[in-house]
Write a protein that binds this ligand. Structure first.
Ligand SMILES: NC(=O)c1ccc[n+]([C@@H]2O[C@H](COP(=O)([O-])OP(=O)(O)OC[C@H]3O[C@@H](n4cnc5c(N)ncnc54)[C@H](O)[C@@H]3O)[C@@H](O)[C@H]2O)c1
Length: 249
């Protein structure tokens, strides 16, 4: 197969694709021949990002069950199939455990965990009918090891790691693969907010990691491309880490 055609003929939904890693994934998938459907709660940003990569945009809150059905129905009506789902949408909340409110904890679970469950459940019937598909759930290194000052986020991302394995097991007989990606520090709005939009703080955070730099969103998109493509045909239920060595020790 020609390079630039690694997703030829495939239809991919990417959530949280208005900006950051989701936007990088949608653009890369489109450049590799996929038909891309971008979703986000950020409407004007999402429309601009979708137009730039030739994709379709849907306003979509991933924690909303009916909204998921609308996105899947519209995608099937327009394109007839769904080959790839990237459950990328997510939020971060920083707070010490003793100060973490229950409302903030529930909001993290609603978006980061229930959003992923609803996504997998809603696309599964179409993928089962096709007897093929690849679901990519964006967890975090906070879904593999403890992360200070983010107990709700860690809970929400460990849940993604576990759900990925359950879904992989149940869907394997239908030719559907389900894997999780565990990014380290990626330079997007999320990490800039953590660093309070101060480059010195960002660099200090990066200096505590082996590579001493954050990754560009494209470095995660390349991994997602591999999992979306048939090149990863024997991988399912697995954790794919791209963290610049953070969890090596
Ligand atoms: N940036 C990092 O260092 C890092 C590290 C590990 C994991 N992650 C994960 O990567 C994923 C992408 O984050 P990012 O780094 O691109 O940050 P980002 O904040 O730039 O992008 C997240 C996107 O998700 C969207 N979103 C938020 N809530 C939503 C909802 N309810 N429904 C639909 N969309 C919603 C946002 O509008 C935004 O466009 C997230 O799941 C995040 O937890 C990020």
């Amino acid at each position: 197969m020609r390079a630039m055609d690694r997703l030829a003929g495939k239809v991919a939904i990417v959530t949280g694709a208005a900006r950051g890693q989701g936007a990088a994934e949608a653009a890369l998938f489109a450049s590799e021949g996929a038909t891309v459907v971008l979703t986000d709660v950020l409407v004007s940003e999402g429309q601009v990002t979708a137009a730039a990569c030739g994709g379709t945009f849907h306003q979509h809150d991933v924690s909303n069950e009916e909204a998921w059905q609308r996105v899947v129905d519209a995608t099937l009506a327009a394109h007839g199939r769904i080959d790839v789902l990237v459950n990328n949408a997510g939020i971060f909340h920083r707070a010490r455990m003793i100060e973490h409110t229950l409302d903030d904890f529930r909001r993290l679970l609603d978006i980061n965990t229930i959003g992923v469950f609803l996504g997998m459940r809603t696309v599964a019937p179409a993928m089962i009918a096709q007897q093929s598909g690849s679901i990519i759930n964006i967890s975090s290194i906070a879904g593999l090891v403890g992360a200070p000052n983010s107990i709700g986020y860690g809970a929400s991302k460990f849940a993604v790691t576990g759900m990925t394995k359950t879904a992989a097991f149940e869907l394997a007989r239908h030719g559907i693969r389900v894997n999780s990606i565990h990014p380290g520090m990626i330079e997007t709005e999320m990490i800039h907010e953590v660093a309070r939009h101060d480059d010195a703080i960002l660099q200090k955070m990066a200096n505590s990691t082996p590579f001493r730099r954050p990754a560009a969103p494209e470095e995660i998109a390349n991994l997602a491309l591999y999992l979306a493509s048939d090149e990863s045909s024997f991988s399912s239920g697995s954790e794919f880490v791209a963290d610049g060595g953070v969890t090596a020790i």
